[in-house]
Every structure is written in C-alpha cells, then in structure tokens.
Write a protein of this length. Structure first.
Length: 388
C-alpha cells in the first residue's frame, strides 16, 4: 500500500507521439491525472520524419514529455538495450507507484524496466495489437511469446474494446481475469461544436450538393488503402459526382497517388496531408470511410461520429463495438471492395439516412468516450491496484 499522504506517482511510456489515438490518450491522462492527487510523467520516443508528430497536442495541453532518443518502433537490439537501461535509471530516479505503458515496443521495454526497478504496479494498454495480421507467422509467434512473458510481470492489461480483449484471450496473452476493457476517452466536444460551414468544400472547390466522403488517419498498410481506392472507384461508377478527401499521410501515400492515376480518379481524390484543424474539416464530410484489415478502437470514427458524420467501415477488430450497421453507420466484410462500394453508393444516394445515422452515432459516442469519463475510470483503477 502506498502512502496516502502524498500524490500517486505515475510514469506513462509510449513509443512515439505520432498521429493517432494512443498519443491523445496518454496526453489527456497525463493532463487530467495531475496534482494534488497524482504526479504524472510522460516518456516517449521520437517520431520519424515520415509520420505526423503530435507533440503539438501535448504542448497545447501543458504536457512536457521526456524524450528518449533511443526508443523507436523498429526492433533494434542495441537501441532497445540502451532504451531499457535509460528507462531503468529514470524509474529508479522517479520511483513511481505505477508504470503504465502504451503501444507494443514501449509495452515490452517499459514493463521489463519497471519490473527491474521494482515498481509496485505495472499496467499496459493494448490500443490494438500486432499479434495477428501484421507480420510473418514466425515474427508473430515471437511477439506472442514476448507478450506472454511481460504479461506475467503486469498487474493488469487493458484493452480499448471488448473485441481487442477477446483477441488477447484467444491468443493466450494472459488469463481472462487479468485483461479488462478500458475504452478510450477523447476531446469530442470540439467536434460536436464544429459548424458545418463548408470550410473543406471551399478549399476543394466543391458545392454543398456534391457528396463528399473522407478518410482520416495514417496512410499505412493495415488501413488497406488499396481497398479504399478500389471501392471508391466502384462507387463512383454508380455515383459519378462522389469525391473523396484523404486527411492524413504516411508511407502509403506515394502508392496511393499512383493508384489514383491508374484508376482515373484524378480530380476526385484529394490528398490533404496531416491537418491540425480537423473538427471543421471532418464536420464537412457526408461520411467517413475506413477499410482497415485490423483496428483497435478507431479514433477517426469516434471523432467523425461526434461531429454527426456516419462511418462506412470494414467490420474488423473493435469497429463493430462502435458502428452499429443500419443504425450509426454501414459495415462491410473485411477485404470486400464490392461490399464497401455498395455501402458507399447507398450512403451517397440517401442524404436523409446519412443524417439519421450520423445523429445516432453522435449521441452514442458523446456518452461513451469523453475524456472526463476516461480520467475517472483510470483514477479508480489506479486506486484499486494500489489499495488506497
């Protein structure tokens, strides 16, 4: 039991503050779980040049991370060993009550360092996982063994959705009673309050009558951008006025631009890169499209829903926990371009149905995914684990 007369010391560790839900999640927890009850520290690696950096988001919230230059997403025995040593020294200096890790690399190295430093409580959040569908079978087998190993020194494992929890149980990462669901908490009111003022349409030179769908996120292979563009091409064959805005960037942008040219979609697919002014842009969409092969809890879908924008998604990972087909959006089988295109066509042709599902989606996510709910739930968990 820790001393109730002093703040609970927490060190959160994440591999990098790149664009996505995990970076926002750790920033908000660090901000809201502060004095006098908590003393929170955030440790992160650097974001590579080809990814969007959300350091601005941490700065905006008054959070100053401690950066480890050696910590990166890629496997590098030398750098990983140096990161382990640096984390161990940092933890021995701070002497936290809790170490809470996020993302795969930070979860592995951070939990080992916390165990070595004899930190009383060790927590890891799975915002998704890379244990199936990302790597070769041999690598996946290795990563599963490593996760099972560090699960043994973890006090509790958190999954951002029930589907992610079930995946971890199926993969035998840890006993079911050691894995709990802790849904994301996000700043959604700024999306709910964003006016549909036509900001994005003005930028693209499109009128309000033009159906405009969008993708928002990192352009990576797991998002299956090839499927997104093939489905969009099929939908445009039925709805020639349809446009697609790509809000995000990543290593797949070059191949996507080439595919756009090959499919004859020039002038209808708009690459806008990473943007920090998302709420009014997302609010200007008629629907969000997500064609991932795997997802934990897709932040882009939640944020769009908060703005009253329904989503058209592949039914993978935690997506069905958020999108109810026929009620708050449209779902299609993973990898099925025809099904995604059919959903896009149906949505493009039914503006009243888009509005109905968008309003239902907004009511759902505002009740479930606020940052204040996350802070309350996490504080209660920390107290439970420390028995104070």
């Amino acid at each position: 039991m820790s001393d109730p007369a002093r703040p609970i010391k927490i060190v959160r560790i994440i591999a990098r503050l790149n664009v996505g839900g995990p970076a926002m999640h750790v920033t908000l927890l660090t901000r809201y779980l502060g004095p006098p009850e908590f003393e929170s520290h955030l440790v992160a690696g650097r974001v590579p040049d080809n990814e969007g950096d959300m350091a601005y988001y941490a700065e905006r919230h008054g959070v100053e991370p401690a950066y480890l230059e050696t910590m990166s997403r890629e496997i590098s025995p030398r750098s990983d060993l140096r990161t382990l040593v640096e984390l161990y020294r940092l933890l021995r200096r701070i002497r936290p009550d809790i170490v809470h890790t996020h993302t795969a690399k930070a979860g592995l190295v951070g939990r080992v360092a916390a165990w070595m430093a004899r930190v009383p409580v060790i927590v890891h959040t799975f915002h998704g996982h890379v244990l199936r569908g990302y790597f070769s079978p041999r690598k996946e087998q290795l990563f599963r063994k490593l996760e099972r190993g560090v699960a043994c020194v973890s006090s509790v494992l958190l999954a951002v959705s029930e589907q992610v929890r079930q995946d971890l149980i199926e993969l035998a990462v840890a006993p079911p009673d050691k894995i709990r669901v802790m849904e994301l908490g996000l700043e959604l009111q700024r999306f709910a309050d964003a006016p549909r003022a036509g900001m994005l349409r003005a930028e693209l030179g499109l009128g309000h009558e033009v159906p405009l769908f969008g993708f928002c996120g990192r352009l990576t292979a797991i998002k299956n951008p090839d499927l997104l563009l093939r489905a969009f091409a099929l939908a445009r064959a039925e709805c020639p006025a349809l446009h697609l805005a790509i809000l995000g960037d990543g290593e797949e942008r070059g191949p996507m631009e080439q595919q756009v040219a090959e499919l004859g979609l020039g002038g209808y697919v708009h690459f806008l890169g990473f943007r920090s002014d998302l709420p009014p842009l997302v609010a200007d969409l008629d629907a969000l499209v997500l064609t991932s092969d795997n997802e934990g809890t897709p932040v882009a879908v939640i944020e769009a829903a908060a703005a009253g924008v329904p989503a058209i998604c592949t039914a993978v990972g935690g997506v069905p926990d958020i999108v109810a087909d026929g009620e708050t959006g449209w779902l299609a089988p993973a990898g099925d371009a025809q099904a995604v295109a059919a959903a896009c066509t149906a949505a493009a042709r039914a503006p009243d149905e888009r509005r109905r599902r968008g309003q239902a989606a907004q009511a759902t996510v505002l009740a479930r995914f606020s940052e204040h709910r996350l802070a309350r739930d996490m504080a209660a968990l920390y107290h439970e684990l420390l028995d104070r």
